[in-house]
Design a protein around this ligand. Structure first.
Ligand code: SF4
Length: 289
């Protein structure tokens, strides 16, 4: 690797508040509930290294639809559906540790309140994402729907059969641009429109900083799980402005050829990437290994 390689690390790289909280609760669980079988409802975060470390401590993921009858079940930061939450609460021998991110919880409450008040609730998001399947479950099926673009707004909304009251919110990791486009389209409909900007700033700040770094550097390394949607998005954004952008999960994937003739390398990481994985990459680059 080049001796002059200057390393710039994004301040926003790595765990966000909600993920940090969920991983902390999972790490503390074995000491807090000794002798109990401890499960996370789905992988606690989209990072295989962290999931494996927890499994070694006895905290293992189970499928959402095979929640245990007893022991300890940890709800991850995405949250779960209202139906599953109620089912779990009714299991007398199960202890529930709720690590739903408070920002996701707020969005769930908005869906419940607006839907029961009779608004047509529009959630901007990816329909299959666990956070979104959780969000939609808090509304009534007849007035709560998910859209991912302006094109998916029901055509009825622009006719005389339009709803008189609409509430708009988003999956916490949605793009602000898509939110703005959909809000602008809904504003053309006469009637009441309530907009709740539930997009988490942890995501938008991370994306802006990565983009800025990509503009300033000769090469970008994005660290995070390949199954992490926010890491993949970070990588795509970086690659749009800098072709020499690389997505890695672990330090072993660094390729010295990427840095030949380069002077600066920027580093960012997804919200589910632990600090130790970032540190390993930085150490290797600093030591010019
Ligand atoms: S990205 Fe934001 S909403 Fe999602 S877990 Fe992190 S802090 Fe919570």
């Amino acid at each position: 690797m080049s001796k002059q390689l200057q390393i710039k690390i994004a301040d926003t790289a790595g765990f966000c508040f909600g993920v940090k909280r969920a991983v902390k609760l999972a790490n503390e669980a074995p000491a807090k509930y000794p002798g109990s079988k401890i499960s996370t409802l789905g992988p606690i975060i989209h990072n295989p290294q962290v999931v494996n470390q927890l499994a070694e401590k006895g905290v293992k993921p189970v499928e959402l639809d095979s929640a245990p009858e007893s022991g300890v079940a940890i709800v991850r930061s995405h949250g779960i559906t209202r139906k599953l939450a109620l089912e779990l609460e009714e299991k007398p021998t199960l202890t529930l540790v709720d690590a739903t991110c408070p920002f996701v919880r707020r969005a769930q409450k908005i869906v419940a309140e607006m839907s029961s008040a009779g608004y047509q609730v529009i959630i901007i998001g990816e329909p299959e994402h666990p956070e979104v399947t959780g969000l939609i479950s808090y509304g009534e099926p007849q007035n709560t729907r998910v859209v991912s673009s302006v094109k998916e707004i029901p055509a009825d909304f622009f006719t005389s059969r339009k709803p008189s009251r609409i509430a708009l919110l988003a999956q916490t990791t949605q793009s602000q641009q898509i939110y703005n486009e959909i809000a602008a389209a809904l504003l053309t409909i006469k009637g009441e429109l309530r907009c709740f900007n539930t997009i988490c700033t942890a995501t938008s700040n991370r994306q802006s900083e990565a983009l800025q770094l990509a503009k300033e550097c000769d090469c970008m390394i994005i660290i995070g799980g390949r199954n992490s949607a926010n890491t993949n998005r970070l990588y795509e954004l970086s690659r749009e402005v800098l072709t020499n952008s690389y997505h890695i999960e672990t330090v072993e994937e660094l390729n010295p050829d990427w840095f030949a003739g380069k002077e600066t390398v920027g580093i960012s990481a997804g919200a589910s990437t632990p600090q130790w994985l970032i540190d390993e990459v930085v150490r290797k680059l600093e030591n010019n290994e």
